[in-house]
Write a protein that binds this ligand. Structure first.
Ligand code: CO
Length: 298
């Protein structure tokens, strides 16, 4: 018995196909001399043109940046030869989201094995996921695969279960051995995302305000703030958003977003970098757990 409805499955499959197309577009177009904003705009436009919406801003992680970076409105970060670039993209159709990522090294192959170790770990996990698979053995498999290639898994980044309108539905899919007794169940939608690093820490950290936000709560605020907040609520709901997206909703969005942040109406995700500044690679697919295994959506 399928534990997702036909309607949900149809939407997940569409979201998955669109996120995949955007990811492939990004991978094909990253090269030295172009800006991350050009790539991100093209990928996000593609998602909308296909009839889906972004489940979060396209994340671009260059070198030691592992997650939660997206270019700002005036960003001019230019890719250089040798950069290790992670592209992480999410699309949703009516709240049903698919999340996927890939890593490209710009015009060199120095870190090809590190990138491959994350991809291989992802492949291994996809082969083992079925109802009853312990999360701890998923983590052990990721860790073994990446360490076997001479790199470290990033121990404090995880994959996640997803539900409608919810990117992090409670389950964390580890990239290292854990004592977690949870198991995979039929009907779950899982984003599986191994990260490998050449860094000695094998951990990421970050502080301060990043360029990606999420709405937390309504509060009493000046009417101009409330007007934009209402539009943002309609537009993004509980999904993460970029400050630059708000420019389409209000001519003077930037200071209003800052006000919302100070008032605690929105939160920001700090940019996460590897703690020893080591290079980081990522591979990610979203899957539906079936009765006998899993179906890759992306
Ligand atoms: Co994810």
């Amino acid at each position: 018995m399928p534990s997702v409805s036909d309607e949900a499955l149809k939407n997940y499959l569409r979201a998955g196909a669109i996120a995949k197309e955007a990811r492939e577009f990004g991978v094909a177009h990253v090269r030295a001399g172009i800006t991350s904003l050009e790539i991100v705009n093209a990928m996000e436009n593609l998602i909308y043109e296909r009839g889906a919406r972004c489940a979060f801003p396209v994340n671009i992680g260059v070198n030691e940046v592992a997650a939660h970076y997206t270019p700002s409105r005036d960003n001019n970060l230019v890719f250089k030869t040798g950069d290790v670039v992670k592209i992480d993209v999410g699309a949703h159709v009516d709240g049903y989201a698919a999340d996927t990522a890939a890593t490209v090294e710009v015009s060199t192959t120095r870190y090809a094995n590190m990138i491959k170790s994350a991809e291989d770990a992802l492949t291994m996990v996809i082969e083992m996921v079925r109802p009853g698979t312990p999360l701890s053995s998923i983590g052990a498999t990721v860790s073994r695969t990446i360490r076997g290639a001479g790199y470290r898994p990033v121990e404090n980044l995880t994959g996640h279960s997803m539900e409608r309108f919810n990117l992090h539905a409670g389950l964390s899919i580890p990239n290292i051995e854990t004592k977690d007794k949870s198991v995979v169940a039929e009907g779950m939608i899982l984003a599986i995302e191994p990260f490998s690093t050449a860094g000695s820490a094998g951990k990421v950290g970050g502080r301060g305000r990043g360029p990606i936000y999420k709405i937390i709560r309504d509060r009493k605020a000046p009417s101009e703030v409330m007007a934009l907040f209402g539009k943002m609520n309609n537009e993004f709901g509980g999904f993460p958003f970029a400050g630059r997206w708000c420019d389409k909703l209000h001519p003077n969005a930037e200071p209003l977003v800052t006000k919302m942040f100070r008032l605690g109406m929105i939160m920001s995700y700090p940019i996460l970098t590897e703690l020893s500044n080591g290079l980081v690679a990522q591979a990610e697919h979203s899957v539906l757990v079936t009765s006998t295994g899993c179906r890759v959506l992306t």
